[in-house]
Design a protein around this ligand. Structure first.
Ligand code: PLP
Length: 358
């Protein structure tokens, strides 16, 4: 079967070998006579999957033992609320760097919980770049950033230090795309549906010292301590999504780990950005060069009609998901870990041919 040329921003393409492995075990996981989604979450088979997914993530991202790995539901969007509910304590201010729609949404949720402050924003530059100056408020509870801006196609290359104030990052669209220094962060969260697996599970990596901040009167399911104390098995976790996360993590290991994945991601991004830069203004990249994302390549064509024609012909040629986000328009190619270099080359060839014909 021919695989689709799937450049969707999320849910996004998964590695074929992961899907094949899941298919192989679909009806009869580990000779249990049951599918993974039919296993009790208290069974030995499921517990082994759960533990293995945590161990693999710890290993691949070199997560120190003073950090908990939690599996939650509710997507990254629920984290916009859970972060301030758990960490924005009385008299403190949540600091936010605005780099796009998702960080705006994170701020809006925090405003409902307590005091907030915009530590930096690139809104006036149409979110084309990552701000280089950050000012922190008094009594800051934390600084929140969005490491990769899925919609605008910008990405942080260098992170602020967490020496004086806890750093929290929404890494939904670039976690696992390159090695990370986990200790530079106090809390990382990510919805799975780009680089980690299918939607349904949200990963939180939290420094244990932050867990003491969560107030007891929070609803049980909105308190990070509930997940930490019960190894994310207080209630029924999204078992099938966690199984697929485990398979994706095994794939990352088989591929050679994050250094190899990072090199491949750099190669793929370069192919598309070179195509844009060498097009003599036919394709116009949205992000400033130094803030360009290696996960979401956003661009426009120099005229709206040609832009529509491009998207239409791309669709006819089998390229899926190249429309920009509905809030900004234009074009976007999402090239997460599972997109092979060869598919990116096919897209670049298509873009060059389209330019020559128009
Ligand atoms: N944060 C970022 C950076 C995203 O790209 C997205 C979704 O694409 C979200 C948050 C929202 O994630 P979810 O749909 O899992 O709530």
């Amino acid at each position: 079967m021919q695989r689709a040329l799937n450049f969707n921003a999320g849910p996004a393409a998964l590695p074929v070998s992961v899907l094949k492995e899941a298919e192989k075990n679909w009806l009869n996981y580990n000779n249990s006579g049951m599918a993974v989604m039919e296993l009790s979450h208290r069974s030995k088979d499921y517990e082994a999957i759960h533990q293995k997914a945590q161990d693999l993530l710890r290993n691949i991202l070199s997560i120190p033992n003073n950090y908990e790995i939690l599996f939650l539901q509710g997507g990254a969007s629920l984290q916009f609320s859970m972060v301030p509910m758990n960490l924005l304590t009385e008299g403190k201010t949540g600091n936010y760097v605005l780099t796009g729609v998702w960080s705006e949404k994170a701020l809006q949720e925090a405003e409902k919980i307590g005091s907030t402050y915009i530590a930096a924003t690139s809104k006036e530059q149409k979110y084309r770049s990552i701000p280089d100056e950050i000012s922190i408020s008094k009594n800051a509870a934390y600084l929140h950033i969005t490491s990769n801006n899925t919609i605008y196609g910008t990405q942080w290359n260098q992170f602020p230090s967490n020496e004086f104030i806890p750093l929290i990052a929404d890494m939904s669209s670039d976690i696992l795309s390159k090695p990370l220094d986990i200790e530079n962060f106090d809390l990382i969260y990510a919805g799975a549906q780009k680089n980690l697996g299918p939607s349904g599970v949200t990963v939180v990596i939290i420094n244990k010292k932050l867990l003491s901040n969560s107030i007891d009167r929070l609803p049980t399911m909105l308190n990070y301590n509930t997940y930490a104390k019960h190894n994310s098995l207080y209630n029924t976790p999204p078992t099938l999504a966690i199984y697929l996360l485990k398979l994706v993590l095994e794939w990352v290991e088989q591929e050679g780990g994050l250094n190899i994945i990072e090199k491949r991601n750099e190669e793929k991004a370069k192919i598309l950005y070179d195509c844009i830069d060498e097009s003599e203004g036919f394709y116009i990249g949205h992000a400033e060069k130094e803030s360009r994302s290696k996960m979401n390549v956003t661009f426009n064509l120099n005229n709206d009609d040609v832009s529509q024609k491009f998207l239409q012909q791309a669709k006819e040629a089998g390229f899926i998901g190249l429309n920009g986000h509905r809030s900004v328009g234009g074009c976007r190619a999402s090239i997460y870990n599972a997109i092979p270099v060869d598919q990116v080359c096919q897209l670049a060839e298509f873009m060059k041919a389209f330019k020559n014909n128009n």
